[in-house]
Design a protein around this ligand. Structure first.
Ligand code: FAD
Length: 286
């Protein structure tokens, strides 16, 4: 399909991108284009102008300071899936590497994925489990949006039309801690039918001191499995205990579509929570 006509801008600075956004009420920012371009082509979305972030400096790359990972919003899935400095933060590589196919990973970006807020997208699970923050810059001010307030509905985020998401910040525990992402992928697209990201910290006796679980693909809006997180505290992360504790994920109110019934998703969310917890706990103990 051919999209409606739009103007194309390639700003060279963040300031210029924000000014272009302010001047064009129906404009959209272009990240990797992996969600926006298909939506425009299918005429599920329209834009009078596309403002390409590809030439805006300082929007890509990863840095770490005092347990906070900062990832530029235009960092591609591929860059995050590659072996490198984030090797010990397994949830990042596992999430990035599980997205779509190689073409999608080469172009798609973490920032575009979060703002697009597809209910079957992978990044929202890790963003929630690692107590993420989104740093956004607008025409008059900048602000930080915590993950808990970021996803406001199906395909809707708290980032306003006149704002650019510039950085994603994630809290990574390193002492007696481990992370993991477990996912059932839709075979054709790779999108998550169910995806669970876990960060687990163990105490000196090998019991769970803290668990954080981000869930995607299940509800119209991704969520933290807060009730299960509470039940896990003080427990030994062996298979029998985790299987029994994960049998219920109270916050799950599953969607139903041609890929999975609500009942099947309700069943799967416990299974994939258990798998993510087993892997994260083993890494924490190692
Ligand atoms: C065949 C196929 C398979 C896929 N499989 C998966 C999968 O398995 N898992 C998965 O999670 N995703 C999957 N995707 C989606 C893919 O991950 C996209 O890369 C992602 O959803 C959007 O990122 P993007 O950079 O391409 O954003 P774009 O498509 O460029 O933009 C998406 C939205 O975000 C806005 N936006 C982009 N960047 C910013 C920014 N910095 N600040 C503010 N707003 C911004 C845009 O205006 C637009 O509204 C798939 C896509 C395709 C085409």
């Amino acid at each position: 399909m051919i999209p409606e006509r739009f103007e194309y801008f390639a700003p060279r600075s963040l300031k210029e991108a924000i000014e272009l956004l302010a001047r064009n009420a129906d404009a959209k920012l272009l990240g990797g284009g992996m969600s926006l371009i298909p939506a425009l082509k299918h005429r599920l979305a329209a834009a009078s102008a596309l403002i390409d972030l590809g030439r805006v400096p300082n929007l890509e790359g990863v840095s770490e300071r005092r347990g906070k990972l900062t990832i530029g919003a235009r960092t591609t899935h591929r860059a995050l899936a590659f072996p490198g400095e984030l090797d010990d933060v397994h949830v990042i590589r596992e999430t990035a590497g599980a997205i779509g196919d190689v073409q999608v990973r080469n172009r798609g970006t973490i920032g575009g994925s979060l703002v697009h807020a597809d209910p079957a997208a992978d990044w929202p699970a890790a963003f929630l489990a690692l107590d993420g923050e989104a740093f956004v810059v607008g025409p008059k001010s900048e602000r930080t949006i915590p993950a808990a307030a970021f996803f406001t509905g199906m395909l809707a985020s708290a980032v306003r039309h006149d704002e650019v998401l510039t950085e994603v910040r994630l809290s990574v525990e390193r002492k007696r801690a481990g992370t993991a992402y477990a996912k059932l992928r839709q075979p054709a697209s790779g999108f998550a039918i169910v995806g669970v990201a876990a960060q687990v910290t163990l105490d000196g006796k090998g019991r769970i001191e803290r668990a954080a679980l981000g869930v995607t693909g299940v509800n119209p809006v991704p969520f933290r499995a807060a009730a299960l997180e509470q039940r896990l505290v003080g427990q030994t992360p062996d298979l029998a205990t985790l299987r029994s504790l994960c049998a219920r994920v109270e916050e799950a109110d599953p969607m139903e579509d041609l890929h999975a019934s609500a009942a099947y998703r309700a069943h799967l969310v416990g299974i994939f929570a258990m798998r993510a917890l087993i892997a994260a706990s083993a890494r924490a103990a190692a």
